[in-house]
Write a protein that binds this ligand. Structure first.
Ligand SMILES: [Fe+2]
Ligand SMILES: [Fe+2]
Length: 412
């Protein structure tokens, strides 16, 4: 290994000179403040991409350098996640092109590249000049990005982002440190490296949490879908009906300004609207033609039965599903079932799902009917505002028809 490349253990955060911070120089205090600010940002910013860009900017400021890029481990590769470069960003319009060009940029995790080597080995690399690498090293500097952007990389610090157990979750790469006195490009100092390692490890924790959240979200979606499949007939048409219903319902939440997290919960909860049909005999469920009065009575039980199945759950999502199941056949004028609730006494999710369900049922083929034409569906549904459906929702629906038809086209 070349002399000028020094290595750090992946996790140096516990070895930071915290004891010296009390008497720290103003530069140390400034770096520490940036680190604390970044930590606060981690807990406050919700948009992941925005957050990583903010961290890249913090890194540039802490290191007094020109650029910082963040890559996340994705299988056998590193995927570009965020980047900032003071020199390139100053060129008008360059930033969009730079980030667009990098968006699908993958680096194999092998020893052939600097970032790949760091991700593979978990070791930090501090290189004073990337164009003067010893040819005996396993990796080489890839100058293609420099050439494409008419940029000259020189000093480079590449750090692994590790979680608390030392697993590498990504890489942070810093370019062209400027000496704070002379402004000349110089190698990154060991102290810079230690502070940036602490930042990189914070980002590692962030990436791990984001990944865990993704997995949790995916397993939630999976669990709801499995539940629906287990409780309903599993044909393709029903699957698509449920998918569209969920999306129409989420769209209503979005149009009502209820927030994206709630909209996503409603999307999933809406899929559970008919879970109570697990208790309805097939002879009634699949009967072509109209039901007799006693059969209708049995059919209507599915609302309360669905509510009963879900209501005891500890999961707020399934509790929302219980509300949906129990109220999706209520009507605005109080003539619905099971409780005959009227107006805003019907939970908003019930009002939303009621409209989404009927809109989708009318516009789809069922065993007892052909799909209605779009014009017929729209004129029928719009006439029911104030009787069957919440008039506010009807107005939203009529004002945003193209967005609803877009969902229909995407899932048919
Ligand atoms: Fe239903
Ligand atoms: Fe339905």
């Amino acid at each position: 290994m070349q002399e000028f490349i020094f290595e750090l253990k992946p996790d140096r955060s516990s070895e930071l000179p915290w004891a010296g911070v009390v008497n720290a120089s103003s530069l140390d205090a400034q770096r520490l403040k940036l680190l604390v600010d970044a930590s606060l940002a981690l807990s406050e910013v919700r948009d992941f991409e925005q957050l990583l860009n903010l961290i890249a900017k913090t890194g540039v400021e802490m290191a007094n350098c020109e650029g910082c890029s963040i890559y996340g481990v994705e299988g056998e590769n590193l995927r570009f996640l965020a980047s900032t470069n003071l020199v390139l960003d100053q060129r008008a319009g360059h930033r969009a092109r730079l980030v667009d060009g990098l968006r699908d940029f993958l680096i194999p995790i092998t020893s052939n590249s600097i970032a790949g080597f760091v991700a593979k080995s978990g070791r930090a690399m501090n290189i004073p000049n990337v164009y003067e690498l010893d040819p005996s090293l396993p990796f080489a500097f890839n100058a293609s990005l420099d050439q494409r952007h008419q940029y000259r990389s020189q000093s480079m610090l590449t750090l692994p982002m590790c979680d608390t157990r030392g697993y590498v979750l990504g890489v942070m790469q810093f370019i062209n440190h400027h000496n704070r006195e002379t402004s000349a490009i110089a190698a990154f100092s060991e102290l810079d490296t230690m502070y940036l390692t602490a930042l990189a490890n914070q980002v590692g924790v962030l990436l791990r949490n984001a990944r865990m959240n993704d997995q949790l979200r995916e397993s939630r979606v999976e669990a709801v879908k499995k539940f629906v499949i287990a409780s309903e007939f599993t044909d393709k048409d029903t699957g698509l009906h449920i998918e569209r219903m969920g999306r129409y319902s989420a769209l209503f939440c979005e149009l009502l300004g209820l927030g994206s997290a709630y909209a996503e919960d409603v999307r999933l909860a809406a899929m559970l609207h008919d879970v109570g049909k697990i208790t309805t005999p097939d002879a009634i469920l699949k009967k072509p033609g109209s039901l007799t009065a006693p059969e209708m009575q049995v059919m209507r039980q599915h609302a309360l039965n669905g509510y009963d199945i879900l209501r005891d759950s500890q999961s707020p999502l399934l509790q929302l599903g219980a509300t949906v199941a129990g109220s999706h056949h209520e009507k605005w004028d109080g003539s619905g079932y099971p409780h005959g609730l009227a107006g805003e006494a019907v939970p908003i999710v019930g009002r939303i799902v009621a409209l989404a369900d009927v809109y989708d049922a009318l516009s789809s083929k069922r065993c007892y009917k052909e799909p209605w034409s779009m014009d017929d569906v729209i004129s029928h549904v719009s006439q029911l505002g104030g009787t069957q459906f919440d008039p506010t929702l009807i107005t939203l629906f009529m004002d945003n028809l193209p967005r609803f038809t877009e969902v229909r086209h995407d899932f048919h």
